[in-house]
Design a protein around this ligand. Structure first.
Ligand SMILES: CC(C)(COP(=O)(O)OP(=O)(O)OC[C@H]1O[C@@H](n2cnc3c(N)ncnc32)[C@H](O[C@H]2O[C@H](COP(=O)(O)OP(=O)(O)OP(=O)(O)O)[C@@H](O)[C@H]2O)[C@@H]1O)[C@@H](O)C(=O)NCCC(=O)NCCS
Ligand code: ADE
Length: 274
């Protein structure tokens, strides 16, 4: 492939990733999360902050895409995107003056972009499987102190599936969400709301655990399951209950938000289904 074409493909992936982050942040309603009409359970975040954060990540995503173009799924690629991902986290923190808006999204979209870029002709199941493989390589340059991240603390205490494991198992919750919308050029907001509820019902969001407890997460998931019994509408008692729980416990399912953005990103790329 010509060099010019490669440059354009990397730019396109980065543009689509930033758009997916902006779409997710704007999407409403999302109990607990920041939207264009509410700051959810947050005092330190609003929609403008999310727009700045998303824009600050364009260069990280572009570099990840460009780097992966000539590489196989390997420890070497994992460590290269690890380094770019950490730079992305720095760029995000600079743009937000220290607020963690998109750490999980950098991770999920970074892994997916790397795989899509490296496996030009792969179909969706292959991309998700390769993403699992890439995310499973141990990055020798990670300098996290085990007790410092909320995710590691929650996983230690409760053995739940956090952001790392979601990616390492090939994003099963993204795959489940995609099933509801694949093959449809126009997805309605109500269908997207159903995807969101499916994520709320099934993802072990370590942010929710950190702000409350595993018991609250399980109640929240059960309520989202109730909302899925019928077409998901904001006015339904179960959906209203999700809002009330988010307010009562000040919970914010940021991991679900990231996977929602990743689902939208993959849907919009129109990748072969199999
Ligand atoms: C492998 C890493 C994901 C790090 O893993 P770790 O387990 O250490 O995770 P955390 O540092 O806790 O962060 C993980 C973020 O992932 C999101 N998340 C949570 N649960 C899940 C889940 N089950 N599945 C998928 N994703 C999940 C979540 O990110 C979102 O929420 C953040 C906002 O949270 P909020 O509560 O509002 O704000 P905080 O300030 O954090 O808390 P408060 O004090 O306010 O209560 C926001 O980031 C959202 O995006 C978790 O935060 C990976 O990050 C890593 O290793 N990175 C290094 C670089 C790298 O290798 N990159 C590779 C490719 S780019
Ligand atoms: N819309 C949102 N609100 C709060 N945390 C998030 N993390 C990612 N997207 C988010």
């Amino acid at each position: 492939m010509k060099a010019e074409m490669k440059v354009r493909i990397a730019e396109n992936l980065a543009t689509q990733a930033v758009q997916a982050l902006k779409w997710e942040a704007n999407f409403a309603p999302k109990p607990g999360l920041v939207t264009k009409v509410s700051n959810g359970s947050h005092t330190d975040m609003d929609i403008a902050l999310f727009m700045r954060s998303a824009d600050s990540l364009y260069e990280t995503f572009r570099q990840i895409a460009e780097t992966a173009q000539n590489m196989s799924i390997s420890l070497n690629l994992r460590e290269k995107i690890g380094s770019l991902g950490r730079e992305g986290e720095e760029a995000m923190l600079q743009a937000t003056q220290g607020v963690n808006t998109h750490k999980g999204a950098i991770w999920a979209l970074g892994v997916l972009i790397a795989v899509i870029s490296s496996q030009e002709t792969a179909d969706l199941p292959t991309i998700l499987q390769m993403a699992g493989k890439l995310a499973s390589f141990p990055d020798r340059y990670v300098q996290t102190h085990p007790q410092t991240t909320y995710g590691i603390q929650a996983k230690r205490k409760y053995k739940v599936i956090g952001a790392r494991e979601e990616a390492a198992s090939g994003f099963p919750h993204v795959a489940a969400g995609l099933k509801l919308v694949l093959g449809q050029a126009e997805v309605t907001p109500q269908q997207w709301l159903r995807v969101l509820c499916l994520l709320y019902a099934s993802v072990d969001d370590t942010n929710v655990i950190h702000r409350s407890s595993l018991a609250v997460l399980r109640d929240f998931q059960n309520e989202a399951r109730q909302a899925l019994v019928a077409p998901v509408v904001e006015e339904s008692p179960a959906f209203q209950q999700l809002n009330q729980m988010a307010v009562k416990y000040q919970i914010s399912p940021g991991g679900c938000a990231d996977l929602f953005a990743a689902t939208y990103f993959l849907h919009n790329l129109n990748i072969k289904e199999n």
